[in-house]
Design a protein around this ligand. Structure first.
Ligand code: NAI
Length: 338
């Protein structure tokens, strides 16, 4: 079978990793075209991975009929325009990083463009759905292992050593709720199989003063009521001193399933006169690495077999819709209907 020819827009922190996965690991895909607004990033990837061409003009990729699919890994603030341009240029298979957009207007415009131009495969980059442990949790929940789910609890803590980056990144990332918590929300609605009905939250700037000026937060908690009656609780932080920590638990009438209780880097336990020590995971790439390859493998497979992705446009749409309500809930400290 012929390889799926992919073009990628965005070669930054995540985009370069995606390009590497396509080039080195995904055997049924070919990294054909690469694009970044930064010429140096294009040059680096061209020199290392040798795609057919590289450009700083993303429209060149959208108009290239040789490409079977486009991967969008630009900053979140540019996703909506790029998806709309791609759909209008006739691109039929699109992968787009999360969050899809920053406002309700944006995601509505995207929805219209994707539907009216008959985009065939649209995958949103909620990579946690490709995590083996979370997939096992999902299977156990669906098999009734914990009985009827009562409560889902999620914690996401970014390491404090990325503080400078977070402050710089905040104006184009959408901030803590859009950038980080949409992962948790997508994970929660997938695990328990329901959308949220209402959301309440509180948060603030506890550590990084620079975030106040850009209307962002470094810590917050969210309470949710899901349509199927399940209760939800999320806590998130940008200043975790011991590393990167994600934890998920679903508690039900017959038991509990959980993952990530301690953020162990590996299975080594070292002991000396100061006590017992295990090292922590330091960053999200380390924790989620296999999911980034798996999600793009899935995109290539969906194109090759003409099947629908397990995380689609409406999943991305609903996450943004929820984030909008969650941000209002946190800002105004009130219960908001989603
Ligand atoms: P970054 O700032 O490191 O890179 C952004 C890239 O987009 C750069 O290569 C930049 O040149 C390119 N870009 C921006 N405007 C462009 C334009 N008009 N034309 C061509 N290229 C353009 O950002 P990062 O951290 O790589 O994030 C990218 C996206 O990936 C964001 O939406 C972010 O939310 C998402 N992300 C998702 C993660 C996950 O766990 N699923 C983890 C990290 C990022």
């Amino acid at each position: 079978m012929e390889k799926v020819k992919l073009g990628i827009i965005g070669l930054g922190r995540l985009g370069k990793n995606h390009a590497g996965n396509i080039n080195y690991k995904i055997t049924n895909a070919d990294l054909t075209a690469v694009c970044s607004a930064v010429q140096g990033e294009v040059d680096d990837v061209m020199a290392e991975m040798h795609p057919k061409y590289g450009t700083t003009n993303y429209k060149e990729l959208l108009n290239d009929k040789e490409l079977d699919g486009i991967v969008i890994a630009s900053n979140s603030a540019f996703h909506s325009q790029m998806v709309i341009d791609a759909a209008e240029a006739g691109v039929k298979n699109i992968y787009c990083e999360k969050p899809l957009g920053m406002t309700l207007e944006e995601i509505d415009l995207m929805k219209r463009a994707v539907e009216s131009n008959h985009v065939n495969i649209f995958q949103t980059g909620y990579n946690r759905r490709f995590d083996k442990s979370l997939q096992t949790m999902k299977e156990k929940i669906d098999q009734g292992f914990i009985g009827k789910p009562i409560l889902i609890k999620l914690a996401s803590r970014d390491p404090s050593w990325v503080a400078d980056h977070i402050v710089k990144f905040s104006p184009t990332s959408g901030g803590l709720v859009f950038d980080m918590l949409t992962h948790d929300y997508d994970c929660a609605r997938w695990l328990i199989g329901s959308d949220a009905e209402t959301v309440y939250g509180m948060g603030g700037v506890y550590v990084y003063e620079g975030l106040t000026a850009v209307d962002d937060l470094d810590n917050c908690t969210i309470s949710l009521a899901f349509e199927n009656g399940v209760m939800g609780f999320m806590e998130t932080s940008r200043n975790c001193t011991y590393g990167y920590h994600v934890e998920v638990e679903v508690f039900g009438t017959e038991g509990s399933v959980r993952m990530g209780i301690t953020p162990n880097k590996d299975r080594v336990v070292s002991m000396n006169k100061n006590g017992v020590n295990t090292e922590c995971v330091s960053w999200f790439f380390e924790f989620w690495e296999p999911t980034f390859e798996a999600e793009l493998q899935h995109f290539a497979d969906c194109i090759q077999n003409n099947t629908k992705p397990i995380v689609n446009f409406m999943d991305g749409y609903k996450a943004v819709q929820w984030a909008f309500a969650a941000k209002e809930a946190v800002d105004k400290r009130k219960i908001v209907k989603v």
